[in-house]
Design a protein around this ligand. Structure first.
Ligand code: PLP
Ligand code: ZN
Length: 446
């Protein structure tokens, strides 16, 4: 389907369009871009996807939890049934990205939250090859990098992006530079980037500073940016809700809940739902709930009117972008730095904030915050169910609990919470369980 895919600026007044081979992550006026498709996929593909998942185990693109849905992210404009063509274009970790992720009931988590166990689903994205949901989007971003002949991918990272980018780069035999806020990423994530042969660039500052520097360096030195500001990352991450919806027989849950960092996940879930709804593949739009850390609460502050009393909205494509700038100036002037032990969401300037707002408007979403202690309880209770997740992912559990207590999520609502990554900060659970004051602590015997 040549000529089907293109890029379009998300701003309704700007709306600049670019060919699909464009590598700028923003339009010429500095707005975010969307990958768009002219043709509408046929709903009978639902059958094809189900069949691929169960039967064709010897084709990696059918095993992959991302490329199984390749007709819905076909920006390479290939013949998706032609395996040779898939092999030539699509980048995959031997089909492993997204393969192990599906929603589960976790009874200890549901009783902690206070929701019937058959109403709560938690989807561990930590069971991806590099240990976080980032592999879903990295598969597509690196596919685009390969399509345009990039020799080097570049990212800033709180840890998991660099682990994922490093793994894909090593697999593809291309270079990878990762910009990290020095001393602020979990050792288990940093060691992965080294292990996969990435070039580490230490930035004296926080994630927001690292992102700024990596974007400048990518521009000046022919690097291809794979942060979630890249619209192709967003395409791959659409498969996270696809897998949840497919597992639920394409019956929409009432809620899908994510921790909020740079808001790539929020944006991709929103885009996935907008498209599925437009095509008539889902009849009901799930509401998105985004859970910020109390220490890094930009979206919550702006969305809930805690800054200058205005509730920031997408406003049908005309958001008050000045308010976001004023908020960032306020952070700078007051010397406010994002601060939480959940380093994956320790982000003050969420690069995808406007796409995030669009997702919230489309889904009638909500945003709230949780404390570090609440996230740790969330992380711990997931562990007691025999599942692994990191502290930032505990925000999903803690956030659902808070929203139930506030009766925003109703007790008979069906809720899917995304557990974004697995534990890579070995001492967090040790410290948690050694403190008998913690709710789920099982201290060692002496
Ligand atoms: C990257 C990351 C997040 C934040 O996701 P965004 O899409 O940036 O909002 C949350 N949890 C984990 C484990 C992550 O790696
Ligand atoms: Zn624009």
């Amino acid at each position: 389907m040549q000529g089907d895919a293109y890029l379009k600026c998300i701003d309704s007044q700007c709306g600049l369009e670019y060919p699909i081979t464009n590598t700028n992550v923003q339009c010429d006026n500095g707005h975010l871009l969307d990958v768009k498709y002219k043709n509408k996929p046929n709903e009978s593909l639902k059958e094809v996807f189900a069949h691929r998942g169960q039967m064709d185990k010897n084709i990696i693109f059918n095993e992959s939890g991302v490329w199984r849905f390749r007709e819905l992210l076909n920006f390479c404009e290939i013949d998706t049934e032609n395996v040779e063509e898939c092999s030539k274009y699509l980048v995959s970790l031997d089909g492993a990205e997204g393969r192990q992720s599906k929603p589960y009931h976790m009874t200890k988590a549901s009783s902690f939250i206070g929701i019937p166990s058959d109403k709560l689903w938690l989807q561990p994205e930590g069971y991806n090859p590099s240990g976080s949901f980032k592999d879903n989007g990295m598969a597509t971003a690196v596919t685009h990098a390969k399509m345009v002949g990039a020799k080097k991918i570049v990212c800033a990272s709180t840890g998991n992006t660099s682990a994922s980018a490093g793994m894909f780069a090593a697999n593809e035999g291309i270079q990878c530079d990762v910009y990290i806020p020095a001393g602020q990423i979990a050792p288990g994530k940093l060691s992965q980037a080294y292990q996969f042969g990435a070039q580490i660039v230490e930035v004296d500052g926080n994630f927001d500073d690292a992102l700024k520097q990596s974007l400048e360096d990518a521009k000046n030195h022919d690097g291809y940016t794979v942060n979630s500001i890249n619209p192709f990352r967003i395409e791959g991450q659409k498969t996270i809700p696809y897998r949840a919806l497919e597992y639920l027989g394409w019956e929409s849950p009432d809620w899908i809940v994510y921790p909020g960092g740079a808001l790539g996940n929020t944006s991709s879930c929103g885009k996935a739902l907008m498209e599925l709804y437009e095509w008539g593949w889902i009849k009901k739009i799930p509401r998105i709930a985004v859970i910020n850390s109390e220490g890094a609460s930009t979206l919550s502050d702006l969305y809930n009117g805690k800054f200058q009393g205005e509730e920031l909205r997408w406003n049908k494509g005309k958001p008050n972008a000045d308010l976001v700038c004023q908020y960032y100036d306020h952070l700078d002037n007051e010397g406010i730095r994002p601060k939480t032990k959940a380093t994956a969401i320790q982000i003050g300037r969420p690069a995808n904030i406007l796409k995030g707002l669009r997702a919230l408007e489309f889904t009638n979403g909500v945003v709230t915050t949780v404390t570090d202690a609440e996230m740790l309880d969330g992380m711990a209770v997931v562990g007691l169910n025999g599942f692994d997740c990191e502290m930032a992912s505990g925000a999903s559990v803690a956030g659902i609990k808070k929203l139930i207590e506030q009766e925003i999520i109703k007790k008979d609502d069906v809720v899917v919470g995304i557990l974004t990554g697995r534990q890579k900060d070995a001492m967090l659970p040790v410290d948690y369980h050694n403190d008998p004051n913690n709710r789920f602590a099982i201290p060692p015997k002496i």
